[in-house]
Design a protein around this ligand. Structure first.
Ligand SMILES: NC(=O)c1ccc[n+]([C@@H]2O[C@H](COP(=O)([O-])OP(=O)(O)OC[C@H]3O[C@@H](n4cnc5c(N)ncnc54)[C@H](OP(=O)(O)O)[C@@H]3O)[C@@H](O)[C@H]2O)c1
Length: 256
């Protein structure tokens, strides 16, 4: 595996019971990392752990609703108690968007989206960074979205939170680069998961979106997981503060 080898590393992936987070966890494990599977419920994580163990990997469950400070602390504390280190933190869990105009998003919904999608990521990063700095090695990966790169009338508040994640990664990269810690975002386009089901399940809607994508198809979870392996491993060791767009070319399509 060479530059992509994650043997000896420990990775924590939030929201890894299904979807993109699950694929990232499975691919990090397949490349040798010990992985922590996490989501709001233990039961939904257990099949993922079993699959990784059956494939010869190492994995544990630590449930964590990332919106709750005490559960974030437990996620980090239990990982450190079990394996003594965290080399890669993947902030993947996010709150579902409210569909429609930003005018209809009340303050409580706005605060929830920002607190789960941005503040929780920052707090988790701050919990893992000191031990990364001691070892002078670490990779923080935040799963953002291409919607944070363009205007949208459908999921505006969510898009604000995802744009903030780009800046969060840049700030962390600048603040912690001296300790050889990297921070980056992945910006997926439309990926076939439960989260985006409303956008891809309807055939006409999906066909419209696929016509706009140069590669001609929506994404699959492993299309995103490969980017995470790159960013977690030595292959990405000189990449920091960046946002890797994995969208089949959606945001760079011809404008006229
Ligand atoms: N799918 C897309 O088209 C797309 C595009 C761009 C970006 N993204 C981003 O990709 C990330 C993953 O999305 P996905 O499409 O894989 O979603 P998904 O299939 O719905 O999976 C979401 C995961 O997060 C967990 N989760 C939800 N709320 C949580 C919370 N408060 N705390 C901890 N875990 C929580 C869920 O498990 P439980 O229900 O068991 O808690 C599940 O494991 C998100 O950041 C999303 O914004 C997705």
């Amino acid at each position: 595996m060479g530059l992509f080898d994650l043997g000896g590393k420990v990775a924590v992936i939030t929201g890894s019971s299904r979807g993109i987070g699950r694929a990232i966890a499975e691919q990090l494990a397949a490349h040798g990392a010990r992985v922590v599977i996490s989501s709001r419920t233990r039961e939904s994580c257990e099949p993922v752990v079993r699959g990784i163990l059956d494939a010869g990997g190492e994995a544990i469950v630590v449930p964590c609703n990332v919106g709750r400070a005490e559960e974030r602390d437990r996620l980090i504390d239990q990982t450190l108690e079990t394996w003594g280190r965290i080399d890669t933190l993947v902030c993947n869990a996010a709150a579902n968007p409210v569909y429609g105009s930003m005018r209809d998003v009340d303050d409580a919904a706005f605060d929830k989206i920002m607190s789960v999608n941005v503040r929780a990521n920052m707090h988790l990063a701050h919990r893992v960074l000191p031990q990364m700095a001691e070892r002078r090695d670490g990779s923080i990966i935040i799963v953002s979205s291409v919607v944070g790169l363009t205007g949208t009338r459908l999921i505006g508040t969510y898009a604000i939170s995802k744009a903030a994640d780009f800046q969060l990664a840049r700030n962390l990269a600048v603040e912690w680069g001296h300790a050889n810690i990297r921070a980056n975002c992945i910006a997926p386009g439309l990926v076939r998961t439960d989260f985006a089901r409303a956008l891809w399940e309807d055939e006409r809607q999906r066909a419209r979106i696929e016509r706009a994508i140069p590669l001609g198809r929506i994404g699959e979870v492993d299309d995103i997981a490969g980017v995470a392996v790159f960013l977690a491993s030595d292959a990405g060791r000189y990449v920091s503060g960046q946002s890797v767009v994995a969208d089949g070319g959606l945001v760079i399509r011809e404008s006229i």
